[in-house]
Write a protein that binds this ligand. Structure first.
Ligand SMILES: *Cc1c(COP(=O)(O)O)cnc(C)c1O
Length: 466
């Protein structure tokens, strides 16, 4: 399998190189040159498979000969064994033909574990083969950092440095990062805000001389192709559990960077019958505004009760734009260069095509709270604020009640107790048993000034072979 850049100028790469690369050298994102396609008969034959067996069937064409089949199977078995539910992604029924797929049974209680548990293992496998080492550097305002740390904790060839804004992440989120023990895990609390952290990461990627040429930086943010790949699997999993592929399904997906929903779009292109895909955003609604009015325009960032979806631009949307433009990289390049300067639109027939593929809705904080309360009153089931946005959008946009509507449950409500409290539901969501001692575990992190030279010096001094 070859991978090409959405901006058409960077060289095509194989799976291993795509795994180790963040952005393509032309600023684009990597996508597969062609998608595998599965017949209904083949998909039907996957009924009854375990999650990890299904994952192998869906992902193997993307990995191809980069990893021998037996090794890849073993890696997937290990990856999905760490989830605290036998079904890995269990479905919970909310109403007649309405479901939540719980993607928060992994070690950090959010769906990012599906991809990052695998990514850590893939990286280590490839680095072992190549006798290489990488330093992962990332900035987090919450979920991604903990999922990346958990994903890399057993890696021999990876050191991970995660920057978070000092005293500006929730205690649960901080503890999920700082209580993971391992010599290769380094938490840095920066005396600054999230943007300061992100700027330092970006600049460090731009100039890696502080590492003295002895190792290199790698990225685990949501533009990494392997993350998207891992997320395609659970669309097949949900469909097969509810009578697919002989029935069509609808999915509603809480969206920030367009990663998770893009995976659903790919599942459909790969042959899974999906009749509706709903983009569910919070007040940071650039995607909903584009879908409703063909205008792609950055607004000021708003802080909401669903912080993991607080974004101004949606990086993975570029991958969809590439398809909408008939995979013309130069057209995408021009469009996105213009988008950095001001609002842009695409040709009307292309936009109409996008509207056929997706429905969308934007949900504000009040409606998020109303939905948490509504579902609790109806079912005694607690939603986290991100999932609540998905459920609300599902109920607003649904077209056919005969088609099962599945909302992706992206986080466990215990991660966001403040939103649950604000909704007026009077129960406090408890942490799952396997994490109940989170507040007693020993924390390890280093507080550093908001100064890139100091942060880089710390990294240069503390990675494994420094
Ligand atoms: C990251 C995240 C999202 C958004 O996912 P994208 O792939 O960026 O669209 C939604 N909900 C939760 C809980 C998340 O952590």
């Amino acid at each position: 399998m070859r991978y090409i850049s959405t901006r058409g100028e960077a060289p095509a790469l194989g799976f291993e190189d795509v795994l180790l690369t963040g952005l393509a050298t032309d600023g684009g994102l990597y996508v597969p040159e062609s998608l595998p396609h599965f017949s209904l008969e083949e998909i039907r034959s996957w009924r009854g498979l375990s999650y990890s067996e299904l994952a192998f069937n869906v992902m193997h064409p993307f990995v191809d000969d980069a990893i021998p089949a037996d090794d890849f199977r073993k890696m997937l078995d290990e990856t999905y064994a760490v989830f605290a539910h036998k079904a890995v992604a269990p479905l919970v029924q909310l109403d007649t033909n309405e479901w939540v797929m719980e993607l928060f049974r992994g070690p950090t209680l959010a769906f990012k574990d599906f991809a990052l548990q695998l990514l850590g293992r893939l990286l280590d496998y490839v680095l072992e083969k190549r006798k290489q080492h990488v330093v992962i550097m990332g900035a987090t305002s919450g979920d991604t950092g903990s999922a990346a740390i958990e994903g890399c904790r057993r890696c021999e060839h990876v050191d991970i440095f995660i920057l978070h804004p000092y005293q500006r992440v929730s205690e649960v989120q901080r503890r999920q990062m700082t209580t993971v023990q391992g010599d290769n895990i380094h938490n840095i609390a920066v005396r600054g805000n999230f943007d300061d952290c992100q700027r330092m990461v970006k600049e460090s990627f731009g100039n890696q001389s502080f590492l003295g040429g002895k190792t290199q930086l790698a990225a685990v943010n949501s533009i990494n192709w392997a993350r998207i790949m891992a997320q395609i699997v659970y669309y097949f999993h949900a469909s097969l559990a509810l009578g697919g592929p002989d029935r069509s399904m609808a999915f509603s997906v809480p969206t920030g960077n367009f990663g998770d929903i893009f995976a659903g779009y790919l599942a459909k292109k790969m042959g899974l019958p999906i009749s509706q895909l709903v983009i569910a955003t919070n007040r940071n609604d650039i995607l909903h505004r584009f879908m409703s009015g063909n205008k792609y325009e950055q607004h000021q960032l708003e802080h909401t009760l669903s912080p993991s979806m607080d974004i101004m631009v949606s990086s993975n949307f570029e991958r969809l734009l590439f398809d909408l433009h008939g995979r013309d990289g130069l057209a995408v390049k021009t469009l996105l260069e213009n988008a950095a300067k001001g609002p842009v639109s695409i040709e009307d027939y292309r936009w109409k095509h996008a509207r056929k593929l997706f429905d969308s809705d934007a949900v504000d904080d009040k409606t998020t709270c109303d939905t948490i309360r509504e579902v609790y009153e109806q079912n005694e089931y607690l939603l986290d604020p991100h999932t609540a946005i998905g459920v609300r959008a599902a109920r607003t946009c649904r077209r056919d009640p005969a088609v099962p509507m599945i909302t992706l449950g992206t986080a466990h409500p215990a991660k966001f107790p403040d939103a649950v409290a604000e909704s007026g539901v009077s129960v406090e969501p408890p942490l799952p048993a396997h994490m109940a001692d989170l507040f007693e575990r020993e924390e390890r992190y280093t507080v550093l000034d908001n100064n890139i030279a100091g942060v880089q010096e710390f990294i240069a001094k503390h990675w494994k072979n420094a």
